[in-house]
Design a protein around this ligand. Structure first.
Ligand code: NDP
Length: 240
């Protein structure tokens, strides 16, 4: 059994989360993967890996999944709050249900994760929480108002909790990617907005790869515990 500690990753059924899972697995960590599409996580076929189907907005399911994984693999040393949805729309016309869905996953889901692991991490005086935000958590883009709201919240929550728990040796890290080639855009309901986004992506020479983000996540985690990389922003070089 490796001495590598348990890493919990949300939204590991596709895109950036699946890449993060593979990179941590290559480093020998046992994993708990969480998302709604169980079969996608199982298809990664990673060793020492528990996959649980859940909605991150369900706090009780989140806590139970972590307790079950810890019973098998020991305490969680790293939580990567990666699950997220992006439903682009103009506020004047967008269905309000889309705003709510984004806040439930991108903000409440992330808070649920932090709450599920923070107290034991504080008591052990060891642990790392990595929240996946976005460049859209630092600046606005057309048709991104509600999504930007959720991602600005990720920065605000992460920075606030980082200060709260710094004295207990627990790290809170925010990683903010620019355009990455994943399924993220596919859930937006407006074909016009999707087409505009794809044109923009071409104009910046394409998006970067999920592995590019996964490398930065593992890099931040692998620093000595007394070094906290507070924030990484990484994007295609031609993205402004
Ligand atoms: P994907 O759509 O490929 O992945 C999103 C992941 O989130 C999926 O695994 C999905 O799993 C999971 N998810 C969505 N809703 C829920 C839910 N209610 N409960 C549990 N899991 C959920 O997109 P990305 O990989 O691009 O997105 C990952 C993160 O990166 C997101 O937070 C996104 O905002 C952020 N990001 C992405 C960028 C990009 O350009 N791609 C840029 C900046 C940030 P399932 O559907 O199986 O539940």
């Amino acid at each position: 059994m490796s001495d590598k500690k348990l890493v919990v990753i949300t939204g590991a059924s596709s895109g950036i989360g699946a890449a993060i899972a593979k990179h941590f697995s290559q480093q020998g960590h046992p994993l708990l993967l969480l998302a709604r599409r169980l079969e996608n996580m199982q298809a990664l076929a990673l060793p020492n890996c528990m996959c649980v189907e859940l909605d991150v907005a369900d706090a009780a399911a989140f806590t139970k999944a972590i307790a079950d994984a810890e019973a098998q693999y020991g305490p969680t040393d790293c939580l990567v709050n990666n699950a997220g949805i992006m439903l682009l729309g103009d506020i004047a016309n967008q269905d309000a249900d889309e705003w709510k869905r984004m806040y439930d996953v991108n903000v409440i889901g992330l808070l649920n994760g932090m709450q599920a692991v923070l107290e034991p991490m504080k008591q052990r005086e060891h642990g790392t929480i990595i929240n996946i935000s976005s460049v859209a958590g630092r600046k606005g883009f057309p048709n991104h108002a509600a999504y930007c709201g959720t991602k600005f919240a990720v920065h605000a929550i992460g920075e606030t909790v980082r200060e709260e728990v710094a004295g207990t040796n627990v790290r809170v890290i925010t990683i903010a990617p620019g355009a990455v080639e994943t399924e993220l855009l596919s859930h937006t309901t407006s074909d016009e907005i999707k087409a505009g986004y794809n044109e923009w992506k071409e104009s910046i020479n394409g998006a970067i790869h999920s592995d590019d983000i996964a490398r930065s996540v593992v890099f931040a985690y692998q620093q000595p515990q007394n070094v906290c990389i507070r924030e990484i922003v990484l994007a295609p070089t031609k993205q402004q």
